[in-house]
Design a protein around this ligand. Structure first.
Ligand SMILES: Cc1cc2nc3c(=O)[nH]c(=O)nc-3n(C[C@H](O)[C@H](O)[C@H](O)COP(=O)(O)OP(=O)(O)OC[C@H]3O[C@@H](n4cnc5c(N)ncnc54)[C@H](O)[C@@H]3O)c2cc1C
Length: 482
């Protein structure tokens, strides 16, 4: 970066942070991506100040921005710079805190920088839950702006569907509250719209009464996996219990395969009929089973501990497709391809590899649509759907190219097989997307055109498009760049 550019940026940062702006350059980086400055606003006024001060530099091409929160989507993913930008300015929203329950206890306003665990802890005092991440360590902002799938999703749709209001700083520096009455187009677009429209500083979400949740993880020998898949298809097809939630997974780790099923009943009903087949599938490793009556807080902390391996390991790659319908044979094709890829990669010491199937039932999609619409715009008639998610962790950069190539081949083979049978759906969930996927195109033509209108209206000069390049961008879907 040229020194004149550097001093212009420093002057802009100093207008918000005073003398401390000169220290803003030293901070952790997202993988190999090294920003020049990181700014850590504590409140909406500082975010406004930053946007106003940096905007002229962004528009003149002298500065690019990144927005990051806990960096969950970026810290572990080599090649992904969704929440950071090389040699430029990262705006880190982690210091924007606050968890405030409304007086009538129907909604909670959460600062963008919170993680889910403290939110669950606060709500537990009132016997309430919210559609947040199953992982208590995950950041609130990125999870909700990606759409988000929570253990309450059967009843409440995507996690973002529970957001009744976003507080957002626009490209002009103006702060608006986007909800169903005011700026409803922006409200809808932000639900799954990622960093395309502004910097979100708080989320007001609906809360639900629930003192107890029944759930956890049951573990099985790998040969039980296809039986779990069969029951997952029955579960999605029956669609008889909106309070039940499952995902069925198989993984390879430390040289061994293991199958597991995460299951929850968010009304706290133990052993509900909808989940009994998963409890009864054999061979099960019963001594490892964690399914119990619990709370959202405890389950999310258990989840964070269980994925510590992923979150502390430096090389991490996810990818997914969405499958239409409940055909066991289609899911089996994906499993066979996953097995083939495993054979190519399992010689890597410290390699771990997971395949998970997560149903999106018709009632989940109906409840999502009834919440006012979102960027994903999946009609309930498209359901039931299954997300097929692969997740890879490996320890050393020297294996990056091999893993990247094998995962790309795997996803291409899955798309070919599933598409060939007419079961490939357009949607790619942003939280589980490969960094080169076109997540925005997966929202469908009509939604993309609405998102474009929203972007033109609230950010006509493209500060959050050309000026903020990381992540899944609407920019590539403009016939002419804004
Ligand atoms: C091990 C692991 C397990 C996971 N499990 C689940 C799961 O069960 N369900 C699920 O749905 N997801 C899951 N995820 C995905 C996770 O929720 C996302 O990665 C999410 O983006 C993390 O949120 P964050 O706040 O850290 O966002 P970041 O990673 O910091 O950012 C993600 C995106 O959001 C943008 N962004 C962040 N903050 C703001 C803001 N304030 N305003 C505007 N844009 C912003 C960034 O620019 C970036 O494009 C998992 C991820 C990992 C690594």
């Amino acid at each position: 970066m040229a020194s004149s550019q550097r001093s212009q940026i420093l002057a802009a940062l100093a207008s918000v942070f005073g003398d401390s702006a000169s220290h803003l350059g030293s901070a952790e980086h997202e993988n190999e991506v090294k920003h020049a400055f990181v700014a850590r606003p504590k409140n909406v006024e500082q975010v406004q100040g930053l946007v106003r001060a940096l905007r002229p530099l962004v528009l003149s091409g002298d500065c690019k921005l990144a927005i990051r929160n806990s960096g969950n989507r970026g810290d572990y993913f080599p090649g992904s710079a969704s929440a950071n930008v090389q040699e430029e300015v990262t705006i880190d929203t982690r210091r924007i805190k606050g968890i405030k329950l409304s007086d009538d206890q129907s909604a909670v306003e959460i600062g963008a920088g919170e993680r889910w665990s403290p939110v669950y802890a606060k709500l537990r005092e009132y016997g309430l839950v919210v559609a947040g991440s199953p992982d208590g360590d995950a950041g609130v902002a990125g999870f909700l702006l990606s759409g988000g799938l929570s253990i309450l999703s059967g009843k409440t749709g995507f996690a973002c569907d529970s957001v009744v209001e976003f507080q957002v700083v626009l490209a002009s520096g103006e702060v608006v509250r986007a909800n169903a009455e005011e700026h409803a187009d922006l409200w809808r677009s932000l639900k799954g719209g990622l960093n395309n429209f502004g910097i979100v500083t708080s989320f007001k979400m609906k809360v639900f009464k629930s003192r107890r949740i029944w759930g956890g993880t049951a573990y099985y020998s790998p040969e039980a996996f296809m039986e779990l898949v069969h029951w997952a298809c029955v579960f999605a097809e029956d669609d008889s219990d909106e309070h039940a939630n499952i995902s069925c997974c198989i993984d390879y780790r430390f040289g061994e395969k293991e199958a597991w099923c995460e299951m929850y009943h968010t009304r706290g009903r133990a052993y509900p009929p909808s989940l009994m087949p998963f409890m009864e599938t054999q061979p099960q490793i019963e001594e490892d089973c964690t399914v119990q009556i619990s709370t959202q807080l405890k389950l999310s902390n258990d989840w964070s501990n269980a994925i510590k391996f992923e979150s502390t390991n430096p090389r991490h790659l996810s990818a997914s497709i969405t499958i239409k319908g409940c055909m066991v044979s289609v899911l089996e094709d994906v499993y066979e391809e996953w097995e083939n890829t495993l054979e190519e990669l399992k010689h890597i010491i410290g390699f771990s590899f997971t395949l998970g199937f997560m149903p999106l039932t018709k009632s989940m999609l109906k409840n999502s649509a009834e919440a006012g619409g979102n960027a994903m715009a999946i009609p309930p008639s498209d359901g039931p759907l299954f997300l097929a998610v692969v997740d890879t962790v490996w320890p050393k950069p020297k294996y990056d190219n091999l893993v990247f190539e094998e995962i790309e081949n795997l996803m291409a083979a899955c798309r070919r097989l599933v598409g060939g049978k007419g079961h490939l759906h357009r949607f790619i969930h942003a939280s589980y997307a490969h960094h080169e996927d076109d997540v925005i195109a997966g929202y469908g033509r009509e939604s993309v055109s609405r998102l474009r209108e929203t972007s033109k209206r609230y950010d006509p000069e493209g500060v959050f498009q050309k000026g903020t390049p990381g992540g899944f961008k609407l920019l590539h879907h403009y016939p002419v760049l804004p």
